[in-house]
Design a protein around this ligand. Structure first.
Ligand SMILES: *Cc1c(COP(=O)(O)O)cnc(C)c1O
Length: 409
């Protein structure tokens, strides 16, 4: 039972304190209950907690859109607000289809996504996530999209043209039915914990241009410095047409996400029929959430988060050295403030609880992945403690095989 939280720690109702090694599903970038964000939310709540975002606009939304356009890759300056990451991906996919429709290409109504990807839990997002991943139970609910094989060449590995063969093959076969390619750039998080090569993204850009498809980058997990640079795709030097941002946007204080698009996408949609973009959720651009996000972006602007993440990466490399030799460990990989210890078998629930208690570190492993994505303000001593907990977990006896792959345990 969580009672309160501050900084790196969650405080339980019995007084125990746990370091949040997963930053509450990767969103608590500046630490829990940051005073500047809490204060911004309080002030906004006292003035205008909510107003409909059709016909009205308001200062926190205008300010946040302006700031997002400022820090986004150049040219992505049209902003659509969504109430969660999943919704922002739905919005991105709908934008791509509406864009193609406005160009007189209504047959382009499907997307190409990557095996190993994850884009959210609503039905369109599930349909774009790894077809054999955590959503397999709901296959019957989903529209079929196209999939390329999971990118297999690691971020710092040697690129080989064959690494994008499957992508090229699907485009050659179905390029004229595809509205957009969607991926998590560099870091496939929730379904695969896979770090892949930036050249793969350059190939994607080339194929999108060749076949007239849009390119959507889902930066919800990897964006805002998680892997080092502000946007994970910066490593590739190319740009998407549409990009989603969420999770750390409000520093993990309240739900909000955004879909950013180029002027070309927005203007093409507006020149089509219908000319409005067909999406308008009740709580779109909620003022309290926008105020929290503005305060969060202030914090990102006030110090060098890439440098903080480089320190965390270094501490992970030191703290996990040798763990790859443990008998139950299949692989250890680290990029920025994300460390993955892939196990051959996950220990039983009781062993995981015991590790959490013994180290005072909150871990939430899934499938065969013991991992940490701590708050980006974590210091070296906190990272050392997290590494101790991960190493301990990796040393425990694995449980007998389970039939659900450990997803959503
Ligand atoms: C978490 C996540 C989402 C979904 O965001 P929610 O806010 O949980 O709906 C989408 N894409 C990626 C890459 C994510 O990590």
């Amino acid at each position: 039972m969580a009672d309160r939280a501050e900084g790196l720690e969650i405080v339980l109702d019995d007084g125990r304190r746990l370091i949040d090694a997963v930053s509450s599903w990767w969103c608590v970038a500046h630490g829990h209950r940051h005073p500047a964000i809490v204060e911004a939310m309080r002030r906004q709540a006292e003035k205008l907690p909510h107003v409909m975002f059709g016909g009205f606009t308001h200062e926190p939304a205008v300010e946040l859109a302006r700031r997002l356009a400022e820090i986004a890759p150049p040219g992505l300056d049209r902003v659509f607000f969504a109430d969660s990451g999943s919704i922002s991906v739905e919005v991105a996919a709908k934008m791509a289809v509406q864009y193609q429709n406005a160009l007189g290409r209504p047959e382009r109504n499907r997307l190409l996504a990557l095996k190993g990807g994850y884009h959210g839990d609503t039905s369109l997002c599930m349909a774009l996530s790894d077809p054999d991943g955590m959503h397999v139970l709901f296959k019957g609910l989903m529209t079929r999209h196209f999939f390329a094989e999971k990118p297999s060449i690691p971020t710092n590995g040697a690129w080989d043209q064959s690494g994008a063969d499957s992508l090229r093959r699907v485009m050659a076969e179905h390029g004229n039915e595809i509205a957009a390619i969607v991926c998590e750039p560099i870091f496939q998080a929730a379904n695969a914990m896979n770090f892949y090569h930036p050249e793969y993204l350059r190939e994607m850009r080339r194929l999108c241009d060749e076949y007239g498809a849009l390119l959507i980058f889902d930066e919800i997990a990897a964006g805002l410095y998680r892997t080092g640079p502000r946007w994970a795709h910066e490593r590739s030097g190319i740009m998407p047409d549409i990009m989603t941002v969420g999770k750390a946007l409000t520093g993990g204080h309240v739900t909000l996400a955004a879909t950013l698009a180029s002027a070309r996408v927005a203007d093409t949609i507006s020149a089509g029929r219908p000319s409005a973009f067909m999406h308008g959720p009740t709580y779109m651009a909620n003022p309290i959430a926008c105020a929290a996000a503005c305060a969060s972006l202030d914090l990102f602007a006030a110090s060098d988060y890439s440098a903080k993440v480089a320190e965390i990466e270094k501490a992970f490399r030191e703290g996990l050295a040798g763990v790859e030799r443990l008998e139950n460990v299949a692989d250890v990989r680290i990029l920025g403030a994300a460390a993955v210890v892939e196990l051959k078998g996950m220990p039983p629930r009781e062993a995981i609880d015991d590790v959490i208690d013994a180290h005072g570190v909150w871990l939430r492993p899934f499938a065969n992945f013991a991992y940490s994505m701590p708050p980006l303000v974590s210091d070296a001593s906190a990272v050392r403690r997290i590494c101790g907990a991960l190493a301990d977990l990796a040393s425990r006896e694995p449980a007998p095989e389970k039939d659900d792959g450990g997803f959503h345990e």
